[in-house]
Design a protein around this ligand. Sequence first.
Ligand code: HEC
Length: 131
Amino acid sequence: MKNPFVWFILLLIAGSLAVLLPEHAEQAESRRNATAMTGGDPEQGRIAIGYYGCGSCHTIRGVRGASALVGPPLTKIGARAFVAGVLPNTPDDLEHWIIDAPSIDPKTAMPNVGVSAPDARDIAAYLYTLR
Ligand code: HEC
């Protein structure tokens, strides 16, 4: 292997692995934590967020087209202390909010969009990966 180009390519691959592998491990851990907290499936939750159109009001990392600013961005919602300023950010309360926000805060602009309990669990699991 005298060709310097080959060494360059190998170095490039090693460099990208050094950057990508720890990030991958971190994401896998955050998914495991989110699943343990909620009993939901983050990947199904990501799909459900698209299905229910949450992105028409919220900016949500990792969900295509979810870049609206009608409601607050859900960036780092997993690390937030309160949900909508009215509920402690626990899995049960977050799911309750997702299923029926107006029943918690009658003045909220967030509508009940008919999310089922299992879908709310998956959605909460996805949101808890956002830290
Ligand atoms: C019609 C617009 C609209 C839609 C659709 C909508 N939301 Fe909201 N959402 C809001 C608004 C407005 C708020 C801020 C509510 C408040 O503070 O009273 C909010 C708040 C939230 C919060 C709390 C955010 C925080 O910063 O504490 C979460 C979590 C949330 N929405 C999740 C969802 C999910 C998941 C969906 C889809 C199932 C969804 N929303 C659909 C408008 C919407």
